[in-house]
Design a protein around this ligand. Structure first.
Ligand SMILES: Nc1ncnc2c1ncn2[C@@H]1O[C@H](COP(=O)(O)OP(=O)(O)OP(=O)(O)O)[C@@H](O)[C@H]1O
Length: 713
């Protein structure tokens, strides 16, 4: 090259934004532009910077390249130099710091007009970034078991290395033709594939399908193919897309599907009713058992509303729990009646369990229901039996100590059962000892206050001056001797029942205080100003005729009305003779037990006597007579001493009884003696005839001064 042409050429080469170089005919480099010389780190006076021949060998520049690229670079360069034709090669060039970058090199021969080779000019473009992108892409494709492609007019325009790889082909081969490609597809998927290709070419629409291919080594893989059309200037040009080896996913999906089928079978076979709901409780799945129970297909069940299946009485409870579970998101269970295919409601125990995603959001509700109808019905039956039993026991225990079966007593007890549960004030009237307090206690025990106090006050037994403080309490210093504050009986009975026995004995002042208490439910302690409110049920009792007392002006009428809300009248014992035998048996048993005695039977005369006796002291008197008799009776036959019957005057005073009575008795005994020929005892004796003990008869004969010898035959 002459100086004229060389200088501008070198200057031009220095201007190029790439590495450019010049070599002589033999291929030895004679010039490197500044960019290239700087990159290589050549000295500033290096002859190559100035285009000065150095006499270097044709391949001396190979030393600047990466050792792995030496062979290829030398081959290409020797071919160029040998043939005098252009050539291209990509290699890594070492820089001044010893690092490498990729360059794409193109060498062109410089020919004279006559065609003789003058030398070489070359340009190296830095392709480091492209190379890296290619590397990452290839690496991504490798890791993702995928590859890209371009396809048009019935042929592949491009196949990436990754695509070759997943088809089991050598990367770098030419993309297959359509028949070659179809040959790769699994025979069972070929028809489908051919149709898919025809369709995509006809419709130019995006697609996504998976087909199987058989690699040259015979391995079958599942390849998912996703493609999208690319247009230029408004008209379709080609499809581009990717192929992905989804064999693993397919295998997993298949395994999952099998597991799902297996699970479904298990679920269908379980005797429990199982259902799956969505996060908003939308119905998704129900097992066969559930559908058979409900008599619905899966679709029908999905359309149905809960109210169709849940017993109307259980709906509100069901909805409330569901609401709470939705907001709280925790598992719960519920006993609920669900209608079966025959329209019959059965009890089921439903357990709801939420399933959450990794963010904690509920994505499913699993419900497992167990039929507990039999158990529930047993429970209900048991409960009913229990209630009935408890009522029985209550009834029995309520009147447990109240012995007797006379009509008069049972009438009273039935009134008592009615009033017990209410909070009404009760006034019990009746002679002394008829069992008024017993009845008051029974009312309390049967009421809702039974767990609280029953406070009994005998108004007649408390000194008049103390009664106010006894009932209402007093403050410290209220009167002489009131050294402490003291709570009254009303306060002690708060929440329970107060029993005011002998209420007629209250003096007017106390009657007024009691009336206020009944009207306003409050009072003040003696010596106190604070109004005290209590919740007390009042039961009052008296053996006096209160109406008479009202008429006589000794008892306040308004208080009488307040007390007489629910009157109960205890009949005297003499009017309920039927109660005497059971009462006698009850008291004998009680006291005999207490005293460690036992009686085989009750003497007939005794029983007749007890039945005939008018019992002015009522049950209390009977109880006392029996207690005393048990103490003194030493045989296994229970007998009483008649002299203990208070209405029978002592024998020595009997003679002074009105003569009619004594005469009457005398006549009866004499008649008996006559009939028995003057015999007093023995089976044919008068005592047996009269049904009284021999000793009694003999003492009567003595007392009435009867001459029994008169009747001997
Ligand atoms: N039906 C009965 N069964 C068993 N015991 C009874 C019966 N009636 C009364 N009693 C007993 O008789 C005694 C007197 O009964 P209670 O004190 O209830 O009579 P009361 O009418 O309140 O007498 P008073 O008017 O003198 O206060 C008590 O020991 C009680 O247990």
């Amino acid at each position: 090259m002459d100086a004229f042409t060389k200088e501008p050429l070198l200057a031009t080469l220095n201007l190029i934004a790439a590495h450019s170089w010049y070599a002589n005919q033999s291929g030895a480099f004679t010039f490197l532009n500044e960019r290239c010389a700087d990159y290589l780190g050549l000295a500033s006076d290096d002859p190559l910077r100035f285009g000065i021949e150095t006499g270097a060998a044709w391949d001396s520049h190979i030393a600047w390249l990466h050792p792995d690229d030496h062979d290829e670079a030398r081959n290409v360069w020797s071919k160029c130099v040998g043939l005098g034709s252009a050539g291209e090669v990509t290699f890594r060039v070492r820089n001044a710091e010893g690092g490498y970058r990729w360059f794409h090199c193109r060498a062109e021969p410089l020919l004279a007009k006559d065609g003789t080779l003058q030398g070489w000019i070359g340009i190296n473009f830095d392709v480091e970034e492209r190379k890296q992108a290619e590397f990452y892409l290839a690496e991504g494709e490798r890791l993702g078991r995928s590859g890209s492609w371009a396809f048009n007019a019935g042929r592949f325009e491009y196949w990436s290395g990754g695509l070759f790889q997943i088809h089991g082909l050598e990367p770098g081969d030419k993309a297959p033709t359509i028949p070659e490609y179809i040959a790769l597809v699994h025979p069972e998927d070929r028809d489908f594939m051919s149709q898919a290709i025809q369709k995509m070419l006809a419709d130019h629409e995006a697609f996504d399908f998976t087909k199987r291919i058989v690699q040259p080594n015979g391995t079958t893989r599942h390849i998912r193919c996703v493609g999208t059309p690319v247009s230029e200037g408004g008209s379709f040009r080609r499809f581009v897309g990717i192929g992905m080896d989804v064999t693993e996913q397919e295998r997993l999906t298949q395994a999952l599907r099998e597991r799902e089928e297996e699970l479904q079978q298990i679920l269908d076979l379980t005797p429990q009713l199982i259902a799956v709901l969505g996060p908003r409780r939308e119905r998704l799945y129900a097992n066969r058992t559930a559908l058979a129970y409900l008599g619905a297909s899966l679709e029908e069940w999905r359309q149905r509303d809960t109210s169709f299946e849940v017993q109307p009485d259980d709906l509100a409870r069901h909805a409330a729990l569901a609401e709470r579970a939705l907001s709280g998101g925790s598992a719960y269970e519920l006993e609920v009646r669900i209608r079966n295919s025959e329209g019959i409601y059965r009890w089921l125990l439903a357990r709801y369990n939420p399933l959450r995603d990794d963010k904690g959001q509920i994505i499913r509700w699993y419900i497992a229901c167990t039929d507990i109808d039999d158990r529930k019905r047993d429970e209900e039956r048991l409960q009913q039996e229990n209630v009935a039993l408890r009522q029985e026991i209550d009834k029995a225990s309520m009147f447990e100590e109240i012995v007797g079966k006379s009509l008069a007593l049972t009438g009273v007890l039935s009134r008592v059962s009615k009033v017990a549960a209410s909070d009404s004030t009760v006034l019990i009237t009746g002679e002394t000892g008829t069992g008024k307090e017993l009845i008051a206690r029974a009312i309390h025990r049967r009421s809702s206050r039974s767990s609280r106090a029953f406070v009994a006050v005998n108004c007649a037994a408390i000194p008049r001056e103390l009664i106010a403080s006894e009932l209402f309490g007093h403050e410290k210093g209220a009167f002489t001797g009131a050294t402490q504050r003291r709570l009254g009986r009303f306060e002690l009975a708060d929440g329970g029942t107060i029993f005011l026995d002998e209420v007629a004995e209250l003096l007017p002042g106390m009657q007024a205080a009691l009336l206020r208490m009944l009207q306003e439910r409050e009072f003040e302690r003696v010596g106190g100003r604070e109004a005290i409110r209590v919740d007390v049920r009042v039961i009052a009792a008296t053996n006096r005729d209160l109406e008479e007392a009202v008429a006589a002006g000794t008892f306040r009428q308004d208080l009488f009305y307040r007390l007489n809300v629910f009157p109960v009248e205890m009949p005297p014992l003499r009017e309920r003779g039927d109660d005497i035998p059971p009462l006698v048996a009850y008291f004998i048993d009680r006291y005999a037990r207490k005293m460690g005695k036992s009686f085989r039977h009750v003497n007939k005369w005794t029983l007749d006597r007890l039945k005939a006796y008018p019992w002015p002291g009522n049950v209390r008197e009977l109880q006392n007579v029996i207690e005393r008799s048990v103490i003194v009776c030493d045989s296994d036959e229970f007998m009483i001493d008649e002299s203990w019957l208070s209405a029978s005057p002592p024998l020595n005073s009997r003679v002074v009884l009105p003569s009619t009575l004594a005469a009457h008795e005398k006549t009866i005994i004499e008649e008996a003696l006559r009939a028995c020929g003057g015999r007093v005892f023995g089976p044919t004796g008068a005592a047996t005839r009269l049904g009284i003990p021999r000793s009694t008869l003999e003492s009567k004969i003595r007392a009435l001064r009867i001459d029994k010898s008169r009747f001997r035959h």
